[in-house]
Design a protein around this ligand. Sequence first.
Ligand SMILES: C[S@@+](CC[C@H](N)C(=O)[O-])C[C@H]1O[C@@H](n2cnc3c(N)ncnc32)[C@H](O)[C@@H]1O
Length: 218
Amino acid sequence: MALVPYVENVIPALSKLQNSSAQFHFANHDVCLVQDWKKLGVAAVVWDAAVVMCMYLELGQVEIKGKVAIELGAGTGLVGIVAALLGAKVTITDREPALDFLSANIKANLPTDIQESAVVSELSWGEGLERYPAGGFDLVLGADIVYLEDTFVPLLQTLEHLCSDTTVVLLACKIRYERDTNFLSMLKQRFRVEEVYYEKERDIHIYKAWKLPSRRDL
Ligand SMILES: C[S@@+](CC[C@H](N)C(=O)[O-])C[C@H]1O[C@@H](n2cnc3c(N)ncnc32)[C@H](O)[C@@H]1O
């Protein structure tokens, strides 16, 4: 599957994605991420959903310090970096072609004493899930990862594998197409889902989800 879904310059609002870097200030730290749209497409630019997710994490409405977290489809790693800066132990994942770029951004932005709180790892949704502990995470984070219909089933399988019934899932979503809501419907069959935040300017929704007990557990 190609990592570049848009033809450059066709959508003017996407032009900022072609900047070679993006700067932020979160968790009392400056974060400067290298972007490379031409080389890696969607995985190598910072999407608004990641920015809004970090704003939400900073609000402190979800406990992060000391929690074991995993980020799915991390791209440049902004969310994982901010989660680590806020005190989580975080596994930051994406597909294999994105990992070197992701690792370099994380290394460049985490102070040495926090570097070991973040581990980069390959996770292509639905594949090799046995490498990750079933139900082994307190927090599962995903920013702008609901956009490819073909991935909805494996993404849901991945969430089901990673979550116990106490895991909190946070998804920051831009609902671009009607089909994106299909994923939310699928999610609601296995998880309790609440919208906990909406950022109007960027039109980003944050959903919080908890796995429903399976029939066996009832
Ligand atoms: C729109 S980008 C979002 C990147 C980042 N989370 C952000 O918000 O800036 C979608 C990300 O999902 C990843 N992705 C797409 N399909 C995937 C799959 N099947 N398994 C794992 N990651 C995938 C892409 O590589 C990309 O990094």
